[in-house]
Design a binder for this molecule. Structure first.
Ligand code: AMP
Ligand code: MG
Length: 496
């Protein structure tokens, strides 16, 4: 039988806390002023650290992840970083309200950071209160597992602990803590802070640490400058792949500041994110992003901008030329991955020269007709390629039927060119075109039930649903519906 762990027998191995003091502040969580309670527990995240899901029934779980108990073996710290926020360098950020309790090693040898968000003020809190509100922890909790279900690299989340402690945002809300998990919470901004402080030794130690822990295949590269350049090249590759996946699934991060960019190329720091409903490439999900810096269609170029900041920070460690060469691989890598993902969404097995224009033209008519992004691609699987097929259900997505018919004729030709079989193509397409995504209105419904009625069942329902977004799930049809009128323009602010 598999051996599961309890809170007391988790295997901590706190490598970041063994680095010297400049990288962090030692600090313990501040317990809530009001009694904490479990809001939701995610058994699939628990499995990552071999934690027995029955531990969710113990009061000690609420203690450990509600900030009033420390799991034995933890060594809590707040990590230092800085970063470019909306294009402007901010010399000191750091975990202002999140505390890295420690790193847990599972039986497979993987390590997971246990990172408690909303755990109280740290030395990096600036004017903040150190808290997170229940609303924002629910959004992060659900979306990180939804992204994982979609196959997109991301942080995960183990549980939410709530309380009646009052937290002031635009209105008065209640505080909650989210236990976030990731192989690492090092960000681009973790490098930037030592570059701008001219602490090049710390910078080199950080790079060595990250390479040893997360890019061990590079640790043997003798020439230090080459080692750092190759490390950077891999970060470029991972970031390009990640953003290609965001674009293909129709997801906007909302706050792509360099302090929110993971050095491992995983989705990090869920704030005012959003999945696109009606296809609109200029979609801005962050209410505070007045100039649309982080609009959906700007994400690829912002990724490059952010990587340039990281390259700059690595200049004291590596030659300029190989860093630049690595940066130059970003756009072709992203394009190649994006094109491959879109080909799969369209059901093509082969790659043909006109595929890009076929995709672009489809996106253009989808935009002009405000077609639901997720639902159209899902429905496209049912396209029938016979000469008499009218594909009426697909036509109905478009006001301008003639535009769809013209595109469909080209699509039919393209399918015929590779000898595509309708049935086989549909089952292939259903594995890449999700039926369910965490639309804002779905998250909002779960949030309202939780905050107004203390009913957390919708959170658990969505968590289960979104774990398997490609499957047709019984009695869950309504969760695939586009937003009702009230849910079309749910305003998501930065406040969290
Ligand atoms: P975010 O916008 O969540 O990525 O946070 C940007 C920076 O502000 C990070 O340094 C956070 O730790 C800090 N921060 C955000 N909210 C709070 C808060 N309520 N209290 C303390 N620090 C915060
Ligand atoms: Mg952040």
């Amino acid at each position: 039988m598999e051996l599961l762990r309890t809170l007391e027998t988790l295997q901590f191995d706190n490598s970041y806390a063994r680095l010297p003091e400049p990288y962090y502040q030692r600090v313990s969580p501040t317990p809530f002023s009001e009694r904490p309670y479990l809001v939701s527990f995610n058994p699939s995240a628990a499995a990552l650290i071999d934690l027995d899901p029955d531990e969710a029934k113990r009061a000690e779980l609420v203690g450990c992840f509600g900030g009033s108990l420390l799991p034995p073996g933890s060594d809590p710290i707040a990590m230092l970083y800085s970063g470019h926020q909306f294009g402007v360098y901010v010399p000191q950020l750091g975990d202002g309200r999140a505390i890295l309790l420690g790193e847990v090693r599972n039986r497979a040898g993987e390590k997971w950071d246990l990172h408690l968000k909303g755990a109280g003020k740290t030395a990096f809190a600036r004017d903040g209160d150190g808290r997170a509100v229940l609303r924002s922890t629910i959004r992060e909790y659900l979306c990180s597992d939804a992204m994982h279900g979609l196959g997109i690299p991301t942080t995960r989340a183990l549980c939410i602990v709530g309380s009646e402690e009052r937290v002031h945002r635009e209105t008065i809300e209640t505080g909650a803590m989210l236990l976030r998990m990731a192989p690492s919470h090092v960000r681009f901004g973790t490098f930037e802070v030592f570059y701008y402080r001219r602490q090049h030794e710390h910078l080199a130690n950080l790079a060595d640490y990250v390479i040893e822990q997360h890019f061990p295949h590079l640790a043997h590269v003798q020439d230090a400058s080459e080692r750092y350049a190759r490390f950077f090249r891999e970060v470029v590759e991972r970031t390009a792949r990640l953003i290609a996946q965001w674009q293909a699934v129709g997801w906007a991060h909302g706050v792509m500041n360099t302090d929110n960019m993971s050095i491992l190329g995983i989705t990090l720091d869920y704030g005012p994110f959003g999945f696109i409903d009606d296809y609109d490439p200029g979609f801005v999900c962050n209410h505070s992003d007045h100039h649309g810096r982080y609009a959906f269609d700007r994400q690829p170029s912002i990724g490059l901008w952010n990587l340039s900041c990281l390259a700059q920070a690595l200049l004291p460690l590596a030659q300029q030329e190989p860093l630049k060469t690595a940066l130059d691989t970003y756009e072709p890598t992203l394009t190649q991955h994006f094109d491959a993902l879109m080909r799969a969404k369209l059901g093509f097995r082969e790659s043909r020269p006109d595929d890009v224009s076929l995709t672009t033209d489809l996106l253009n008519i989808m935009q002009a007709n405000r077609v639901d992004y997720t639902n159209f691609f899902r429905a496209l699987g049912a396209f029938r390629s016979g000469p008499d097929a009218r594909n009426e259900p697909l036509r109905e997505f478009f006001l301008d039927r003639a535009a769809f018919d013209a595109w469909a004729a080209r699509y039919r030709e393209r399918l015929r060119a590779e000898g595509s079989q309708d049935e086989a193509r549909q089952s292939r397409m259903q594995r890449v075109n999700p039926k369910y995504v965490l639309r804002n209105y779905l998250a909002q419904t779960a949030i309202e039930q939780a905050t107004q009625q203390r009913d957390f069942s919708e959170i658990d329902r969505l968590l289960t649903l979104l774990r398997d977004p490609y499957a047709e799930q019984r009695d869950m049809e309504k969760y695939a519906a586009p937003p009702p009128n009230w849910g079309k323009h749910v305003v998501v602010s930065c406040s969290s």
